[in-house]
Design a protein around this ligand. Structure first.
Ligand SMILES: NC(=O)c1ccc[n+]([C@@H]2O[C@H](COP(=O)([O-])OP(=O)(O)OC[C@H]3O[C@@H](n4cnc5c(N)ncnc54)[C@H](O)[C@@H]3O)[C@@H](O)[C@H]2O)c1
Ligand SMILES: O=c1ccn([C@@H]2O[C@H](COP(=O)(O)OP(=O)(O)O[C@H]3O[C@H](CO)[C@@H](O)[C@H](O)[C@H]3O)[C@@H](O)[C@H]2O)c(=O)[nH]1
Length: 327
């Protein structure tokens, strides 16, 4: 009963692997290390390779007696997806379909899939419920929506049971301080602010202050990476218990603007962050806040960590690992 975790050397994947191992689960990671770090994989075997390599996936499934898959491997930067759509359609769509075909050929019928709030676009009403009309504003969100469609069709035709988790903005680090976020180059708001605080960057560039929000900067729902890890475990256990395929939002249910995040971090570290307003970043929606009622009710999941916890754990990780995993 081994769980195959694709992208398990990445940020959210490695925290989920850690949580699975802590629960006594047997885990094998498949990651091509294009972004991930082998040092981030704790307590599980890491196979370095690509999800599109059917032969390798088959070999792993047989060798480890894999019975379910959690699929994180993807490219996931909104701005990059607008500049390089081909990269996103290839990695997130074509390669995921190859992975799905390989696991089906090996009679695996349970998968938890990393989807995203980016499938919603810029909805008029928040909090966002799972059943609203989807109008992704960027290529990245469209690739994830495409895979949700593929999963729905594969379930109907081949009985592949899936839970797609549409996460909002993952942030924070493992409370033990052993693993955390290490993207290179970093593009996410909270680690960038912390890099400025640590003197690794001159200033924060705020992408636009003319959004339809209270202070003009984008509002996002930041969810702790360990809360996300727990949601994956509950989703996996639900599928193993015979639950039918479905989709859940995973967020904190609260929104913070870019300016509010900066202010909270300034309060936490006790100094001002140099910042400058620039043009909007392509593809950014105004406001994304999750309704988390469905996952609370059906899986009993609820976020344990607050924004303060996110900032505290992220700060501890970045402060103690200024070079990330490379030290
Ligand atoms: N970070 C967020 O806020 C966020 C929010 C919503 C959804 N997601 C989704 O969650 C998943 C994980 O995100 P993350 O922030 O941990 O990203 P990440 O880049 O840290 O992790 C992705 C991992 O997948 C690996 N990978 C990519 N393509 C691969 C391939 N073809 N074969 C094998 N390995 C491959 C990378 O090396 C990396 O280790 C992604 O699918 C992303 O779209 C992330
Ligand atoms: O240097 C920076 C970086 C970010 N932002 C803003 O901060 C907000 C958050 O940006 P970021 O941390 O890059 O996350 P998102 O672009 O919102 O995307 C994240 O959250 C999505 C779900 O909401 C996921 O799908 C993506 O994978 C994940 O990268 C956005 O308004 C950005 O414009 C800045 O102003 N300056």
């Amino acid at each position: 009963m081994t769980v195959l975790v694709t992208g398990g050397a990445g940020y959210i994947g490695s925290h989920t692997v850690r949580a699975l191992v802590d629960k006594g689960r047997s885990v094998v990671v498949l990651d091509n290390l294009q972004k991930g770090h082998k040092q981030a994989v704790k307590g599980a075997d890491l196979v370095i390779g690509d999800i599109s390599n059917e032969e390798l996936v088959t070999e792993i499934i047989k060798k480890y007696d894999v019975t379910s898959v959690i699929h994180f491997a993807a490219d996931s930067l909104v701005e990059e997806s607008m500049m390089e759509p081909r990269k996103y359609y290839h990695n997130n769509v074509i390669k995921t379909i190859k992975l799905l075909d390989a696991i089906l050929k090996n009679s695996i019928n349970k998968i938890v899939f990393s989807s995203t709030a980016a499938v919603y676009g810029s909805p008029k009403e928040v909090p966002i419920q799972e059943n609203i009309e989807l109008k992704p504003t960027n290529v990245y969100g469209r690739t994830k929506r495409m895979i949700e469609n593929v999963l729905e069709d594969y379930d109907m035709a081949y009985g592949l049971k899936y839970i797609a988790l549409r996460y909002f903005n993952a942030a924070g680090a493992c409370v033990t301080g052993e693993i955390g976020e290490d993207h290179s180059p970093e593009s996410h708001l909270i680690p960038i602010i912390l890099q400025v605080a640590l003197g690794k960057r001159d200033k924060l560039i705020i992408y636009g202050n003319d959004y339809h929000t209270k202070d003009g900067t984008c509002i996002r729902d930041y969810v702790h990476v360990s809360d996300l890890a727990e949601a994956h475990i509950l989703a996996l256990e639900a599928l193993e218990g015979g639950k039918d395929s479905t989709i859940y939002n995973v967020g904190n249910g609260k929104g913070f603007s870019v300016k509010e995040i900066v202010l909270e971090i300034e309060k936490f570290i006790g100094k001002e962050i140099p910042k400058e307003i620039s043009l909007r970043r392509p593809g950014d929606p105004d406001i994304l806040i999750a309704s988390i009622e469905k996952i609370k009710k059906e899986l009993g999941w609820h976020p344990k960590y607050t924004l303060y916890d996110i900032i505290e754990t992220a700060w501890r990780w970045h402060n103690s690992h200024p070079q990330g995993f490379e030290e």
